[in-house]
Ligand binder design. Structure first.
Ligand code: NAD
Length: 460
């Protein structure tokens, strides 16, 4: 089996790769386990942190090649690549501080029920973490697992998406320039078949970022092990009646269309209160009409992805949505699609109910903010949501009623400290709690009867 990296701006094949074999997938577990044991026994915590910082230095040394690869293979505008690169570089400091703060702690026991006993909570790494990666921010999405997982003491076996293999291999190249054990970070190459083999391989924990359907398939096959799923979203945006129309229209346009709409947390359906709807929509259309598709949006990742988006828009129009702007491919060798705005009245349509991973924004005019919150929450997904208002009290009150793991008021899509606290509710992911470093650790509770005298409840 081979996989291909393609330049989505031109459709040209950049490189072909031979996929990893089932034997290589199996072997990665033992190799990772051996490296991880040495990582935990031969390095102190501070030495591990220092060694992970060597990775940061290696990534900085190859910044230009790394960003060029991501832009070439992922079709990104430069601004997106620079932003995520800078976020990752800062993330090393954050996760170093997080792991330094992790320590064993005593759990207080009531001496009446637990005489002469102490309980200690001990946090330890899982061991070997399998990571099945995604293509839409291939550097960022890899690093928000790789940095905390390594800092926490794990080995990582990573499979980049078959659409962005080259970026995955660049990260491996940077890793090779560090003093960490060679197999502490391994890269497997391939598509769904290699992903499936990883799901059933005996890694100690599995991380997956991608579509909800793939996530469900993984859940059916993974067996019993710690599982982190970061899945699809269908984020609502709410434009309130008191909004600053010009500012909010700019924010919504970037929240809906950046990176060609191929962002898990983007505004994928917009609820606009009737009082401001005409003025807001007209302002938004003006901004969207000025977007330079090739420079500011970029292409969709593949022709199949563009065809899917196109078909979905056509279906929505056929089902009665009003096409306000766009709706078609951009004539070009690359997989560009026009930024598309639709007006919707039927909440049961697929264009509202299911995520569109492309530059499409369905707008639904609502009577008031109550109706907006009700419709926003009427979804299987719960990844992100945005609220646009000039009233901070109202903004926060509405935010507290939204069923989503990440809510922005008067902004969109900026995550805290390299993926920290990022979480999906409902079918957008598991787990939905925890600091990120502790996702890569398990807890051992040690209950110690501090004396060796017999206990009253024992057999005599
Ligand atoms: P996908 O789910 O098809 O593929 C993702 C990865 O899974 C690839 O590496 C692929 O090779 C592998 N894979 C495919 N089928 C598999 C299987 N049956 N078993 C194991 N591995 C398998 O990717 P996609 O659907 O194109 O990704 C886009 C989706 O990802 C969107 O829905 C987006 O919202 C979501 N996403 C979510 C987040 C998040 O943090 N929640 C981040 C980025 C993207």
């Amino acid at each position: 089996m081979t996989v291909r990296s393609i330049n989505p701006r031109t459709g040209e094949v950049i490189k072909e790769f031979v996929a990893s074999s089932p034997d290589e997938v199996r072997a990665s577990v033992a190799k990772g386990r051996d490296a991880q044991r040495r990582w935990m026994t031969d390095w102190s915590k501070e030495e591990r942190i220092e060694a992970v910082f060597e990775l940061r230095a290696a990534l900085q040394a190859m910044k230009d090649e790394l960003m060029a690869t991501e832009m070439l293979e992922g079709g990104f505008p430069q601004k997106d690549v620079v932003g995520t690169y800078n976020g990752v570089i800062k993330g090393f400091d954050h996760y170093a501080a997080e792991i330094r703060a992790v320590d064993d702690y005593d759990f207080p026991l009531d001496p009446a029920g637990w005489p002469e006993t102490k309980a200690t909570i001990n946090l330890v790494p899982h061991g070997v973490v399998g990571h099945i990666g995604i293509w839409n921010y291939p550097f960022w999405q890899t690093m928000i697992t790789m940095i905390p997982a390594l800092m926490a003491g794990n080995a990582v076996v990573f499979k980049p998406s078959e659409l962005t293999t080259m970026t995955g291999l660049r990260i491996k190249e940077a890793f090779a320039n560090t003093s960490m054990p060679a197999d502490l970070f391994q890269v497997l190459v391939g598509g769904p078949d290699v992903g499936k083999a990883m799901v059933t391989a005996p890694y100690d924990a599995l991380v997956f970022t991608g579509g909800r359907g793939t996530g469900l398939d993984i859940m059916r096959n993974v067996g019993v092990k710690p599982l982190v799923l970061e899945l699809s979203g269908n984020d609502p945006g709410i434009v309130c009646g008191d909004v600053d129309i010009v500012a909010a229209a700019r924010g919504v346009a970037s929240g809906a269309f950046s990176h060609g709409g191929q962002v898990c947390i983007r505004i994928k359906r917009l609820y606009v209160v009737r009082d401001v709807a005409d003025r807001f929509i007209s302002e938004l259309l003006g901004i969207v009409s000025r977007i330079d598709v090739e420079q500011q949006l970029g292409p969709l990742i593949r022709e199949e992805a563009r065809a899917r988006v196109h078909e979905k828009v056509r279906r929505a129009v056929h089902e009665g949505c009003e096409l306000l702007m766009g709706g078609d491919k951009v004539p070009s060798k690359g997989y560009f699609f026009q930024p598309t705005v639709l007006k919707v009245t039927d909440d049961s349509l697929e264009i509202i109910k299911e995520e569109t991973f492309g530059p499409v924004l369905p707008i639904r005019v609502v009577e008031n903010e109550e109706e907006a919150v009700r419709l926003a929450n009427d979804s299987d997904y719960g990844l992100g949501a945005t609220i646009w208002t000039c009233d901070p009290v109202k903004g926060e009150a509405l935010a507290r009623r939204l069923e989503a793991g990440n809510v922005w008021i008067n902004d969109h899509g900026r995550t805290i400290n390299c993926g920290e606290l990022f979480q999906g509710w409902k079918c957008s992911g598991i787990p939905s709690t925890n600091r990120r470093i502790t996702l890569f650790m398990r807890k051992r509770t040690i209950i110690d009867h501090v004396s060796c005298r017999p206990r009253p409840h024992w057999y005599s």
